[in-house]
Design a protein around this ligand. Structure first.
Ligand code: NAD
Ligand code: MG
Length: 340
């Protein structure tokens, strides 16, 4: 429903394919009522002790833009705010070791930055075409004084998951936070336009990869570890133009709820995060039509999309050992749309 409305040309997507806790008083960014100039961050910095959430961060209308899949967030206008200049940690994840898929941009990047500033070493996975975004994240992790490991590779290949987990474990000296966050979404106004190729890509990226990643990591996760899966409001309130994507997000949540019951016998907690509309590259690489992108987030009670930094503390909270009674839960962050 909120991740996407109507489709851009499929050509743009498959052209790309062929090519290739609490945020310590969350140093609230300066207000930005409308889209910023190209290349400027979505927000500035500065402490706002108390601010109306409707008045924070950019609001629609957003400038028309599109990028071939997978898009780079550095080329978005405004650039998403993943907490680069604002997230402040308080040591909640000191000594932890995290692997995050899709950690180069958007929601995964916000989690990566927050984890590092909370004291964790972080490995991120992404696609080759996203190297530039990934290097930005690595720099931020290192500036936080933590280890950053970059592991590019395609999650649609089952064999890659073993390499991914092995590299992350070896480089980090173990693994105790696993964030299955990467996803593919492409809107189509008719069911008849969902090709087998698209269906395959959506299912492999959003569902198969979650299974393969978790299976590869499970034997190595010590008691106390946390697994976090990024779902979507679409799992429960599916948008009519993203049927295939919505099905995968419902699968993400069934996985969390079912696997949590099994994993707790190993001392591992499994939870999900269900965002509403968030301003990320996924939206400019096939997730929205021109018009949908322009109005993105306008139908939420907040009247705007979320910025990834607004989810950072949720990923920290679910990973932190203070949440030891939290498993099998889906944390909704929908901007007031409701559910779960
Ligand atoms: P994003 O584009 O920043 O992140 C998605 C990432 O998936 C990409 O950066 C890419 O690295 C990765 N990816 C895609 N296909 C891959 C493949 N084959 N191999 C390896 N990596 C691959 O967008 P985002 O919105 O931050 O997405 C993160 C998660 O948030 C996704 O699970 C998405 O479904 C979910 N979500 C997003 C929204 C939203 O409005 N942005 C809403 C609800 C849920
Ligand atoms: Mg990306």
């Amino acid at each position: 429903m909120t991740d996407s409305t109507t489709p851009p040309s499929r050509r743009s997507v498959f052209r790309g394919l062929a090519a290739g806790g609490i945020a310590a008083a969350a140093a609230a960014p300066a207000l930005a009522q409308t889209a910023a100039a190209p290349g400027t961050p979505a927000t500035g910095t500065g402490t706002i002790p108390l601010a109306n959430p409707q008045d924070r961060f950019p609001k629609p209308p957003f400038p028309v833009q599109s990028q071939p899949w997978p898009a780079l967030q550095s080329r978005m206008t405004p650039v998403p705010d993943c907490g680069e200049t604002s997230y402040r940690g308080t040591g909640r994840l000191a000594g932890r070791r995290a692997l995050i898929t899709g950690g180069d941009s958007g929601i995964g990047r916000a989690a990566a930055i927050a984890y590092a500033r909370e004291g964790a070493d972080v490995a991120i996975n992404y696609l080759d075409a996203e190297q530039q975004d990934a290097e930005d994240v690595a720099r931020l992790i290192r500036e936080a004084g933590r280890k950053a490991i970059l592991i590019p590779g395609d999650l649609r290949e089952e064999a890659f998951h073993t390499r991914l987990v092995t590299t992350a474990r070896e480089q980090l000296g173990g693994l105790d936070i696993l964030v299955s966050n990467a996803a593919f979404q492409h809107a189509q106004t008719s069911l008849l336009d969902i090709s087998t190729e698209q269906l395959d890509q959506t299912m492999k990226t959003n569902v198969y990869a979650m299974f393969w990643l978790t299976k590869a990591a499970l034997p190595h996760l010590p008691p106390g570890s946390a697994i976090i899966v990024t779902s979507s409001v679409n799992a429960d309130r599916p948008g009519q133009n993203i049927i295939d994507y919505a099905c995968t997000k419902a699968a993400n949540e069934a996985f969390v709820k079912a696997f949590a019951k099994q994993a707790i016998d190993k001392g591992i907690r499994v939870n999900g995060v269900a965002p509403g509309p968030f301003w990320t590259p996924l939206q400019v690489a096939g997730g929205q039509t021109e018009d949908g992108l322009k109005r993105f987030g306008s139908t939420t009670p907040l009247g705007r999309p979320g910025q990834p930094v607004e989810l950072a503390s949720v990923y920290v909270e679910l990973a932190a050992s203070t949440s030891s009674y939290t498993t099998g839960q889906i944390y909704g962050q929908t901007g007031g749309v409701g559910w779960p």
